[in-house]
Design a protein around this ligand. Structure first.
Ligand SMILES: C[S@@+](CC[C@H](N)C(=O)[O-])C[C@H]1O[C@@H](n2cnc3c(N)ncnc32)[C@H](O)[C@@H]1O
Ligand code: SF4
Ligand code: SF4
Length: 422
């Protein structure tokens, strides 16, 4: 229901803009407390023995229009794929979206792995989506500012939702993580969106910024809120913890980038059982339905959309076999899933909410001080998760929020831990 309302609002950029304006006028203290509310709810719902349940139909979708990428980010490393690089044909694209619509999904992102704007003739696909009144959202590394602008000018009513992935707030960090990327191009792209939006956030294009958060950028997280302030409101920046990439592991359990850049081992667990095969559908460029948003090597596919309908694939034998392996992980044979590790989802969302709370409550911290507080927070959670003590975790997290509320941020995780466990 909520998704339907959100989708309706997306159709009317003016309404969305007014809602965003109203959000901006909400007092920062009210906004800050809403982050605490989200965290409390998230922590109250932790279930370490959670078992996935299959949805009758896919809830959302991503369509990989290409798996090729112009750069090679450290945490993503698309170059490691065994699949050849390719582009989705117009026929496959049309078939995918008509099948999605027949199953109640009328919106999708145009990527899984790969760069959206590397698809030079993306206009042909957008024209097809427009013909079917199918909505799209785009995620990009923002290295093709002109292509982005041309596409917007051609389809101003279709290109209303762009997520820019930005893993650093400085040129040095951005270009270290986003190997081969240019920070200048990123800023040029953001400036184009700013101009299209007539200098108003969310006016025509709803822009969001996503970033990973790890030791490579922890001491510049505070800077994001200054560097990107011209383009987005603080709450439209999301920080996510890095997950391992199945293809990177090459049969080994440890992905060096994940473990080297995130020294909180107790916050990391196997992603199995995973919600993805039970919830959403994804399509590779050659028309295979896969049950994973980053199926590098096409190992989690459930059949071909050109020869079967979406519901046949969703309920088909191949999809069910994959799901059974997730409900009985002792039978798991899919390499990608066997090698898939990452922080618990509740740790990732709690950390993102904590970063935002810290920014709203104590914006005067320097980037280094800000990073130290986040580090202590992660360290404290790591300690609690060593014994998987969820009660201790809840106490620790809520105490950390209390300290920030009181602007008492010189805490060390040990200090907080002693207090919260007392
Ligand atoms: C795979 S990219 C594809 C779209 C486009 N190329 C981009 O960079 O936005 C989609 C998102 O996944 C994120 N991502 C890639 N590898 C990740 C990882 N190992 N952990 C967490 N997020 C990751 C990227 O930062 C990006 O925001
Ligand atoms: S995150 Fe996006 S830009 Fe970076 S390598 Fe992956 S697909 Fe390419
Ligand atoms: S590789 Fe498997 S466990 Fe990892 S995200 Fe994909 S489906 Fe889930």
């Amino acid at each position: 229901m909520l998704t339907k309302i959100k989708n309706k609002i997306r159709e009317y950029p003016a309404a969305r803009y007014l809602i965003k304006r109203a959000q901006q006028t909400i007092s920062s203290s009210w906004k800050a407390e809403s982050y605490v509310g989200k965290v409390r709810e998230c922590l109250d719902n932790i279930d370490l023995n959670w078992q996935p349940k299959k949805h009758a139909k896919p809830q959302s979708a991503l369509i990989e229009i290409t798996n090729a990428c112009n750069i090679n980010c450290l945490m993503c490393n698309t170059k490691f794929q065994s699949r050849p690089e390719g582009l989705m044909s117009a026929q496959v694209f049309e078939r995918v979206i008509t099948e999605l619509m027949a199953n109640g999904v009328d919106r999708a992102g145009l990527h899984t792995v790969g760069e959206t704007f590397l698809y030079k003739d993306i206009a042909t696909l957008i024209e097809i989506a427009k013909k079917h009144d199918f909505k799209v959202w785009l995620s990009t590394n923002a290295q093709y500012p002109q292509r982005m602008e041309t596409l917007y000018r051609k389809f101003p009513k279709m290109i209303t939702d762009i997520r820019v992935s930005t893993d650093g707030a400085t040129k040095e960090t951005f270009e270290t993580i986003r190997v081969g990327g240019s920070f200048d191009k990123l800023i040029e792209s953001l400036d184009i969106i700013h101009r299209i939006n007539k200098g108003r956030k969310h006016y025509r294009i709803g822009l969001t910024i996503d970033s990973i958060l790890n030791m490579n950028n922890i001491f510049e997280i505070r800077s994001y809120f200054d560097v990107f302030d011209k383009y987005v409101s603080s709450h439209d920046i999301t920080f996510g913890l890095v997950t391992t990439l199945n293809s990177l592991n090459d049969g080994k359990k440890n992905d060096n980038y994940l473990y080297d850049s995130f020294p909180f081992n107790h916050l990391i667990r196997s992603t199995v059982p995973c919600s993805q095969p039970f919830t959403n559908s994804y399509f590779t460029y050659d028309g295979k339905m896969t049950l994973c948003c980053r199926d590098y090597n096409g190992e989690i596919t459930a059949g071909d959309i050109m020869s079967s309908s979406l519901d046949e694939l969703w309920d088909g034998e191949q999809a069910e076999k994959i799901r059974q392996q997730h409900t009985k992980p002792e039978n798991l044979e899919i390499d990608a899933c066997l090698n898939c590790f990452g922080p618990y989802e509740f740790i990732s969302s709690t950390t993102n909410n904590f970063v935002h709370y810290l920014y709203l409550k104590v914006p005067e911290l320097s980037p280094k001080e800000f990073g130290d507080v986040i580090y202590s927070f992660l360290e404290g959670m790591n300690k609690c998760m060593e014994t998987q003590d969820i009660n201790a975790l809840k106490k620790f997290v809520m105490k950390a929020f209390d300290h920030v509320r009181e602007k008492n941020v010189s805490f060390s995780s040990k200090h907080l831990e002693a207090q919260s466990l007392a």
